[in-house]
Design a protein around this ligand. Structure first.
Ligand code: UVW
Length: 323
């Protein structure tokens, strides 16, 4: 693990640092062969600091149960769970079989092999499509033992509601960078380098309240509409300049859905492929947010243990926030 000196990280305005790298990319900042991206901002010192935030022994699970979305969003496959009996061995017992498991059927980190930048025709750090297809480059295994640090929640949904300006999470509406900054200020929370940033948009709570028919209607990729954070260059510059290690939200795509796959400015491209910044989607944040509102502490230890899937494209976060 390369030692990170936050004072020496180039500012967004100074990017790119590698010759011929795309505009607004950090390619080369963590090394020419780096496959970890912004998760490099999670340091041993940061883990020790995060552990000091554990004060009341409360644990909040941040993932949805498998198959929580019925059917899964974006037309993804549901998981088939079979209890495989040992009956034929004369034994009273079972194994689990999970068939057609799409690692993005519910809560997920999008890995760095999930999408490449259309203009650069490359994935994070210049990795080619052939490398993603034929090797384990940029797989989620690179994060398997290092996704631990100080979590920070921005409850921008509650902030906007308190302001009398709620948005409809089930529509293509966006929270601006000013909303995020002002919510942080209202919470008295500081975004220090090396944060795993969680943003509560209110989508998950709104989705869970819908009827089974409404859920079915929302599942196809061309039928879903959902809120998210603004996909602007300023948003991404702010995340980078604050050395955010990852951003996780309770909405389907972090940015509002639908986003245009042909738009080079989409947040997915700006973050995953240009900065190696993990995007977390469909996280469970409501109970954590209630607790933060109650004790006024929006920071905690966050432990995420992605699947140890060599070459994996994405992973359920398997994450907990501990306060
Ligand atoms: C989309 O934006 C389609 O979401 P995901 O990152 O889960 O593919």
């Amino acid at each position: 693990m390369a030692k990170i000196d936050f004072a020496k990280i180039p500012k967004f305005a100074q990017l790119p640092v590698r010759k011929n790298a795309p505009e607004d990319s950090n390619w080369g900042v963590f090394g020419d062969d780096d496959e970890v991206g912004c998760v490099n901002f999670l340091t041993p010192e940061g883990i020790v600091e995060a552990a000091r935030l554990v004060r009341k022994g409360k644990v909040f699970r941040l993932d949805t149960p498998l198959n929580y979305a019925s059917p899964p969003l974006f037309g993804r496959e549901p998981v088939e769970h079979i209890k495989k009996s040992f009956e034929d061995l004369g034994l009273l017992g079972y194994d689990d079989l999970l068939n057609s498991y799409n690692t993005q059927e519910g809560s997920q980190w999008d890995g760095l092999g999930h999408v490449g930048n259309p203009t650069a025709k490359a994935f994070y750090n210049g990795v080619t499509n052939d490398q993603i297809k034929q090797s384990n480059k940029l797989g989620v295994h690179n994060w398997a033992d290092r996704f631990v640090g100080r979590g920070v929640l921005i409850d921008v949904c509650r902030y906007r509601e308190k302001q009398g300006r709620p948005l409809n999470p089930l529509k293509t509406e966006k929270y601006s960078l000013d909303d995020l900054k002002n919510a942080l200020k209202a919470q008295n929370t500081e975004l220090k380098p090396g944060a795993i940033l969680l943003v509560r948009t209110g989508w998950m709570g709104a989705y869970l309240k819908t009827t089974p028919e409404e859920k079915r209607a929302m599942a196809p990729i061309d039928k879903l509409t959902a809120c998210g954070v603004d996909d602007s260059r300023e948003m991404v510059g702010w995340l980078w300049d604050n050395c955010v290690a990852a951003i996780g939200t309770d909405c389907p795509a972090v940015e509002p859905w639908p986003w245009d796959f042909r738009d080079n400015g989409a947040l997915h491209y700006r973050t995953l492929s240009l900065l190696g910044l993990p995007l977390g989607e469909q996280f469970v944040l409501d109970k954590l947010a209630d607790d933060c509102a109650e004790d006024g502490r929006y920071e905690f230890m966050l432990v995420s243990v992605p699947l140890h899937l060599t070459g994996g494209i994405a992973s359920p976060p398997n994450a907990v926030a501990i306060k």
